[in-house]
Every structure is written in C-alpha cells, then in structure tokens.
Ligand binder design. Structure first.
Ligand SMILES: *[C@@H]1O[C@H](CO)[C@@H](O)[C@H](O)[C@H]1NC(C)=O
Ligand SMILES: *[C@@H]1O[C@H](CO)[C@@H](O)[C@H](O)[C@H]1NC(C)=O
Ligand SMILES: *[C@@H]1O[C@H](CO)[C@@H](O)[C@H](O)[C@H]1NC(C)=O
Ligand SMILES: *[C@@H]1O[C@H](CO)[C@@H](O)[C@H](O)[C@H]1NC(C)=O
Length: 582
C-alpha cells in the first residue's frame, strides 16, 4: 500500500509537469477549431445473450481448458484512500487547457489489431486535424502499458510509457481531445483470455464477457481504469465500452444475484456499469464516462432511471449503415431523454464496419452513413434536454480480439477524409471534395471506390500497394491456375510424379515467370512499407491473411515447373530416382 501511494505521488508529479508543458504548447500552437457537425458496429453480428435478442451466436467450439492454468487473483487494494484528492488537483488544471466548444468530431483509433507505430501518429494527427477532427477516441486494448499484476495484459508490442506521453503531446499539439476507451464488461477477450482471469468469465468456456457478480471483477476493472486514467488525468470524457455483453446473466453468481434481488439481466448490466462509472467520477471528479448503448436498447426508461446511471454517464448511439431509420433512432433518443440522460454521443464508421474480413474500404457506404447521421443531427431539436457532445467516427480494426483484421488504417484514409469533410460541410459537395483532394493529393472516385492521383497522405504507399494486391494478386494467380495447360497438363498427379510434357509447360512458363518477377519483389517492398507503419506481428498477420496463401501457390507452381521441365517428359519411374538425362 505504501509503495503504491509513493508510485502515485511520483506519477502525479510527473503528470503535472507534463501538463504544464502541454498546456503551454497547446496555447502556443492552438488554432481556431473547425466548427463542424459531427459522427459503431452494425457488423457486430452476434447478439448479446438470450435476454437481448433471440438470434443466438454461432456456437464456438469449446475450449479445452486446463484448470491448473488458473491462478487466483490476489486480493485487491483499497483504491478509495489513494486517489481522489490527487486527481482532483489535476481536474482543476484541465479546464484551462480546454478550447473546444460544440460537438466534437472524434476519430476512433482501434488498437486491438494492426496498431500503428507512434511515428505514424506523428503524420496522422496533423492530417486529421486539418480535415476537421478535434478529438481522438483511443481504444488501447492490449497496447496500453499496463503494469504490476496487469502487466500480463500488454501485447509484446504494446506502447511504452514514453509512447503514451508522445501520443498525448501530439494530441495536444494538434488540438485533438484525447479520449481513452477501456472495455469494462463485454469484449474483454484481451483480459479474459489469460488463464488467471478465467474465473472472472461470465461464461467459463468463452473469453468474451466479465462476470459482474464476482467480487474480484470490479477490482480488476478498477485497477485497469486507474492505470489508464493516471496517464490521462486531463481527459474530460472516458469511454468504458460496455457493448455486446454476450452471455450476460449466465454465470452461477449472476443467476444468484438476479434471484436474490428479484432483478433481470438489464438490472445486472446497469448495476455493473453504474458502479464502474461511479468509480471513475470518484477518481476524477468532473469526468464524463461514456458507453456504447446497445445493451440499453431494449430497456425501458424507468429501469434506467432507477440505476442512477443517467446522472453520471452518457450513451453513445452507434449505427454504421448506409441508411439510418430515423424513427428508430428517434425512439432511442426519446427513451434516453426520458431516462434523464443529459448528454448523448453518436458513432458512425469510416472503416471496419462492412465485412469481418474487409480489405478495401467501400467509400460510398461510409459517406452515406455520415449523410444519414447528419440528418439525425438535424433532428436533435426534438430532444431539447439532450445535448449532443460529439460524434465518434469509428475505424474498427477487427470485430473481436480473436477475429481477422479488417482494412488497414492507411487504406481507409480517403474514407476518413471524405467522412470528416462531409461532417464539416454538411454534404460531400464540391468544396468538400476539393479539400480532400488538396489534403490527400488524390481525387475521389466514388464509382471506382478509389482515390486517384499522386497520393501524398501518410501511408499512401501502403494504400497503393494494398489496392494492387486487392485487385490483382488472387485474380492473376487464379487466372494462371485456370490456364488450359496448367489445368490439363500440370495437375497434382503430374506435379507429384514429375510427369508433364515440357511442351505443355512451355505454354504457361512465360506467364508464370512474369508473375514471379512481378510479385516477389513487390511483396518485399510491400513488407518494408508496412514495417514503416506497423510492428512485425501485424505485418505477419496481414500477410498470412491476404498474401501468403497466394504467393505460396505461385512459388510452388514455379518450382515445380522449373524442376519438371528438365525431365523432358521421360517415364515417371525414372524421375523418381532423379535420373536426369544429359
Ligand atoms: C419481482 O419483480 C417483479 C417485477 O419487478 C415484481 O412484479 C414482483 O412483485 C417482484 N417479486 C418479489 C417477490 O418481490
Ligand atoms: C423504421 O422503424 C420503424 C419502427 O421500428 C418501422 O416501423 C419502419 O418500418 C422502419 N422504416 C424503414 C424504412 O425500415
Ligand atoms: C458546400 O457546402 C458548404 C456548406 O454548406 C458551402 O459553404 C459551400 O459553398 C458548398 N460548396 C459548393 C461548391 O456548393
Ligand atoms: C503526378 O506526378 C507526375 C510525375 O511527377 C506528373 O507528371 C503529373 O502531372 C502529376 N499529376 C498530378 C495530377 O499532379
């Protein structure tokens, strides 16, 4: 306990020092923020629990869990004595640094897959700032430098403490409100995948959701939130996720809680989220917790009122579709108004919402999504006691911790630019289009789903190269595999027994050689470009998902053709003893 107090003191001193420097930098570099209107996951297909919807999730295969892997979490410390006064000091500093008024346009950087190196943020932040963004919603996931017993949550490529300081100072420099996002309920795979936290799962065999009724769950969340908040003492908002709590109400503890208290899964959800938000507001008075609101959609206002949540937190309503049903959104807004929420956020999507394995961002879909949100914003006067705090333009990197990568961030920069400028001008008119062209060095072609020209935005090499891979790699190799002579003369049997006519091989060898000459060096260059932006784990993952199977196919065709052609069509028994005629 003593050590921990000392730690906090040292940290706080450091933080105050940093804040002073940032504050000065911010005032010096501050620009007049763009007044803009503003902007999550239709694609998150599976449904949260039986209470929620009727369509069940596909049954994942059971995990084969070795119970001996589990170790019991140590008893938690009492946080309350430690933190409040210190963070309150910082709270008074933060008012001075704040410059924005009106709803924020916040860009969601989802670090749960292909997290960029901080050097990429050095180029990205000024760009999004010029495009009209005035905030960043940073979903740290396993990229945050958790310490102590939470050290296990860090990816081996997680940011360092210095990286976090640099991110903060970049955000300040470019006038971007930095809002941390830490999941506290559902989507806790990055925590619950670790053996020692298996006991805190709501469904023992699934890594998705936390058991809200286990006494150590809240302590774990409090520790995580504390560590992140200590690094963001000036933040005005804190996003606690809380979407898609699959399996809610299924643990023995939760069933017991519901029975004893005569309460539903809805109460269970509200109870945990409210406790988490109370913890945050005690830790940092004045902070506004925000949360994805999908778990509230089927709850009546009275149930929500009873929880006490509306007085301390604000819902983030998300919809990523090309069309938004205004009457449905209106229903939500009116329920939330009745429940007594005073503020609300919206969430649109600029990428990662159009297919679990999407590689190339559909520009028009995301444009339409933003136009639809603009209509919702225009209807806000119907809900006079709800103030819109901002719109988060989400950019999902993957749907879940355990699923494949969606589009890489550089691939979606044109989409992000279109969406931000659409919010800024109210439509994607000529002015917005010209501004995108000026800032990205390319002209948007919605029909071709592309931005063409001498691209000059950060990551544009990766953009161009992914485009070529997306459009040509599989297709060019597939075409070769469909060649008459490959199909007819170079089947698996022919390749296994080195028994093919060199005359027939000759018909496709030229094409094969050309493909090798093109793709092999291309992929080497591509990996270098990727390594400029990403850590090697992400490069490997993207290559496995999108490239390696095709390149392996091509390389093995090439090896086989060049080996077999030398046998000059001789009888297969001779080939098997590697007899090569002179
Ligand atoms: C349990 O809750 C329901 C609905 O809130 C209520 O109608 C019922 O009377 C309660 N039962 C008991 C035993 O309190
Ligand atoms: C919009 O939602 C309302 C209420 O849920 C429904 O009655 C209506 O059919 C929907 N409209 C469209 C165009 O889907
Ligand atoms: C685009 O919309 C903005 C905001 O309404 C307006 O100021 C601008 O003149 C429009 N540009 C064109 C070319 O219509
Ligand atoms: C792109 O660059 C090439 C070569 O530098 C130049 O010839 C061309 O005019 C440029 N195109 C545009 C649209 O700027």
């Amino acid at each position: 306990m003593i050590n921990r107090v000392m730690d906090y003191k040292t940290l706080i001193r450091l933080l105050i020092g940093c804040l002073a420097v940032f504050g000065a930098a911010r005032l010096y570099f501050s620009q007049i923020p763009e007044s803009g209107v503003f902007a999550r996951k239709t694609m998150h297909i599976s449904s949260p629990g039986k209470f929620w919807q009727t369509d069940g999730i596909g049954e994942p295969t059971m995990l084969d869990v070795n119970p001996s892997l589990q170790t019991i979490m140590k008893k938690p410390k009492n946080y309350k004595n430690v933190k409040n006064p210190k963070l309150r000091v910082l709270g008074s500093l933060k008012a001075k640094a704040r410059l924005h008024t009106g709803p924020l346009n916040v860009v969601h950087l989802d670090l749960k897959g292909a997290a960029p190196k901080v050097t990429y943020f050095q180029k990205l932040f000024p760009l999004i700032s010029s495009l009209g963004a005035n905030g960043i919603l940073m979903e740290y996931e396993d990229m945050f430098p958790y310490e102590g017993k939470l050290g296990i949550l860090r990816s081996s490529y997680s940011y360092s403490e210095d990286d976090i300081e640099e991110i903060k100072s970049l955000a300040n420099l470019y006038n971007l409100e930095l809002i941390p996002l830490v999941q506290v309920f559902g989507h806790l795979e990055f925590v619950l995948k670790h053996g020692q936290f298996f006991d805190l799962r709501e469904v023992y065999d699934f890594p998705n959701s936390l058991n809200p009724s286990h006494p150590e769950s809240l302590q774990l969340i409090e520790e995580m939130l504390t560590q992140v908040l200590m690094k963001h003492p000036q933040t005005k908002w804190f996003h606690i996720g809380a979407d898609e709590v699959y399996g809610l109400g299924e643990s023995k503890d939760s069933k017991k809680w519901m029975k004893q208290n005569n309460r539903s899964e809805g109460n269970l959800f509200l109870s945990h989220v409210t406790k988490v938000c109370q913890f945050l507001t005690e830790l940092s008075p004045g902070i506004k917790p925000i949360f994805w609101e999908d778990m509230l959609r089927k709850l009546g206002p009275n149930l929500i009122i009873e929880s006490g949540l509306p007085s301390i937190a604000s819902p983030v309503i998300w919809n990523y579709g090309a069309e938004i049903n205004l009457s449905q959104i209106g229903q939500l807004l009116s329920n939330y108004q009745k429940a007594g929420f005073q503020n609300v956020w919206f969430a649109s999507a600029f990428k990662g919402a159009s297919g679990v394995d999407q590689r190339w961002t559909p520009l028009n879909l995301h444009l339409q999504n933003h136009l639809a949100w603009i209509k919702v914003m225009a209807s806000m006067s119907k809900y006079p006691s709800l103030k819109l705090d901002g719109i988060a333009l989400t950019g999902w990197q993957r749907y879940e911790h355990h699923t494949v990568l969606c589009e890489l961030l550089p691939v979606a920069i044109p989409s992000l630019a279109i969406c931000l400028n659409t919010l800024k001008y109210g439509s994607f008119n000529r002015t917005a289009e010209n501004e995108v062209e000026k800032l990205l060095g390319c002209k948007v072609d919605l029909n071709a789903n592309s931005c063409n020209g001498n691209l000059s935005f950060p990551g544009s090499e990766v953009y161009k190269m992914v485009k070529k891979i997306h459009n040509e790699l599989q297709q060019s190799i597939g075409k070769l595999n469909q060649d008459y002579f490959v199909r007819g003369s170079f089947g698996p049997y022919q390749r296994k027994y080195n028994f093919a006519s060199p005359r027939n091989i000759g018909h496709f060898l030229g094409t094969l050689t050309n493909l090798m000459k093109m793709w092999d060096p291309f992929m080497e260059t591509f990996k270098k470009e990727m390594m400029d932006i990403y850590f090697s784990n992400s490069v490997e993952e993207w290559m496995e998902e999108n490239v390696n199977q095709h390149m392996d196919n091509l390389r093995s065709l090439n090896e086989d053709a060049n080996r077999i052609i030398k046998f000059k069509g001789q009888e297969r028994s001779l080939n098997q003893i590697n007899y090569l005629p002179k």
